[in-house]
Design a protein around this ligand. Structure first.
Ligand SMILES: Nc1ccn([C@@H]2O[C@H](COP(=O)(O)OP(=O)(O)O)[C@@H](O)[C@H]2O)c(=O)n1
Ligand SMILES: [Ca+2]
Length: 485
């Protein structure tokens, strides 16, 4: 008689069916439970109220990763039309009104169900620092107007304030190092101030405590050196250069930092209307002077050098104006006006040697103004006229001011953005205020979804096989019983 297949007993069939159902259920649950759900995002808005203009930035990050690492990205930016808020000192209401267009854009960009929980910050930099020095009352009025305007929007308004130079430098460094993989110093050139921030190499930065900031980022502690030079942004430094050359109150001034053939009429009162130069205003001067260009890079460098004081230093070493600076260390990201100017001059490529940068600038400055205008018909003349000066200032600040050499100059990358986010202090500022500066290194990446499902399936199969095998003692009974009967 043919022996009956022991697998065909009712018990084993039931166990098999239950086992298969269990595996299917387990895999289904695992797949459904762990399927990547559509991403939910949170948002934050920062207004950068700079001396020359205001820009609005919207950041976004996955909702469930609030306290996690490196996930905040710039979603959108909006350039406010018109000048910086500090230029509305005489008509503060207009400072508030100027922001509404970009704020409306933000309302469209951030999903409306997130509006109420989206923090909104405004940080003002050197333009407002100067206005605050010059006219405290006017600066307060500008903030009142800005505050009123921002509170009219449905976001979670967190206040408007002036950042200290130290904050501006440190948050610029945080932004660059949050986005970039390797530790990088930060060089920020604005219109009214300029910042340098880097981690010095085994150097006692406590020599000047006001220049030191401690940060914990991605599991490492950093002692950061940072300094902000008020009045050394490119627009205020130009005033200082013009002031230096008009001390005798001349009617005509020949300037090596402007192209040959360049000639404009400038007003003495307007030029000296800034705390950066007001004390130097000549006692006797006509109403206007004619500002003409000579176009000589090397002479221009000599003018710029007179704006730095190298004589007094009470520390072991200084950059300029008696400000402590440890030896430069590592690579640097140079952004804002550093980028705009060097990009215009086609000098952002780090492989260009310092000597070539200088030669190109010398050549550019010498080019007659008419020719420059013809080559760049679309660039506003006011801006176009200043690139020779700005380029010369950048090179002089980096080499004579901060002590970059021809070797270390190549470690400067002129950048506008990193991984889609603009380089600047705003991202670091928001990360700090929302406690999102990642103190710890990122978690190792979890298993990919497919890998996870495969592993669950294999384990379930193994468990099932083990279970069947564990029933072995019952098998002989099952198969022999019919024969006994
Ligand atoms: N496309 C652009 C935008 C800004 N800029 C300059 O970049 C600088 C930005 O400074 P800012 O307004 O942030 O001023 P701070 O408050 O940072 O000193 C200004 O000198 C602008 O003229 C430029 O050269 N090209
Ligand atoms: Ca700025």
């Amino acid at each position: 008689m043919k022996e009956k297949n022991p697998w065909h007993t009712p018990l084993t069939i039931i166990i098999t069916v239950i086992g298969v159902i269990a595996i299917v259920a387990l895999v289904t649950v695992a797949v459904l439970q762990n399927r990547p759900v559509p991403q939910k995002y949170k948002y934050g808005i920062v207004l950068d109220a700079g001396s020359s203009h205001t820009a609005l930035y919207i950041y976004e990050w996955p909702a469930e990763k609030d306290n996690n690492t490196g996930r905040v990205e710039q979603k959108h930016s909006c350039k406010v039309k018109g000048k910086g808020i500090s230029s509305y000192a005489a008509e503060p209401e207009k400072a508030g009104v100027s922001l509404t267009e970009c704020m409306r854009e933000a309302e469209m960009q951030v999903p409306s169900r997130r509006h109420q929980e989206t923090p909104l910050y405004l940080g003002a930099t050197a333009g407002m620092r100067l206005l605050n020095i010059e006219n405290r009352e006017a600066s307060d009025k500008v903030f009142e107007a800005v505050e009123k305007a921002l509170q009219g929007f449905p976001f979670s308004y967190q206040g408007a304030r002036i950042l200290s130079g130290q904050e501006e430098g440190a948050f610029g460094w945080v932004t660059v190092n949050y986005l970039d993989d390797q530790t990088t110093g930060a060089l920020d050139l604005g219109g009214a101030s300029t910042q340098i921030s880097f981690v010095p190499h085994e150097y006692d930065i406590s020599e000047s405590p006001s220049n030191s900031v401690a940060f914990r980022l991605y599991g490492n502690d950093y002692n950061l050196y940072t300094h902000s030079f008020l009045c050394y942004g490119k627009d205020q430094v130009l005033r200082m250069a013009l002031a230096h050359q008009t001390q005798s109150g001349p009617v005509t001034m020949s300037d090596p930092c402007f192209h040959p053939g360049y000639s404009v009429t400038r007003n003495y009162n307007a030029l000296y209307d800034s705390p950066c130069v007001s004390e130097r205003k000549p006692k006797e001067a006509p109403l206007n002077f004619t500002h003409t260009g000579v176009g000589n890079f090397f002479q221009c460098q000599e003018v710029v050098k007179t704006l730095f004081n190298f004589t007094s230093c009470k520390y072991s070493r200084c950059s300029f104006n008696g400000i402590f600076q440890p030896p430069l260390q590592g690579s640097f990201g140079a952004f804002s006006a550093y980028y705009f100017v060097m990009n215009f001059l086609n000098l952002t490529d780090s492989s260009i040697p310092l000597e070539t940068v200088k030669a190109n600038l010398a050549n550019y400055c010498e080019t007659p103004w008419n020719q420059i205008k013809q080559q760049h018909p679309k660039v506003k003349e006011k801006y176009l006229a200043e690139y020779c000066f700005s380029g010369t200032y950048i090179v002089t600040l980096l080499t004579e001011g901060y002590n970059f050499t021809k070797e270390t100059f190549s470690k400067i990358k002129f950048i506008k953005e990193i991984k889609g986010s603009d380089a600047g202090w705003t991202l670091g500022y928001m990360l700090n205020l929302t406690n999102m500066i990642p103190a710890e290194a990122p978690d190792s990446p979890p298993l990919p979804h497919a890998g996870y499902v495969s592993i669950v399936t294999v384990i379930a199969l193994l468990l099932f096989i083990l279970f069947i095998l564990s029933l072995r003692p019952i098998w002989p009974k099952c198969s022999k019983q019919p024969q006994i009967v």
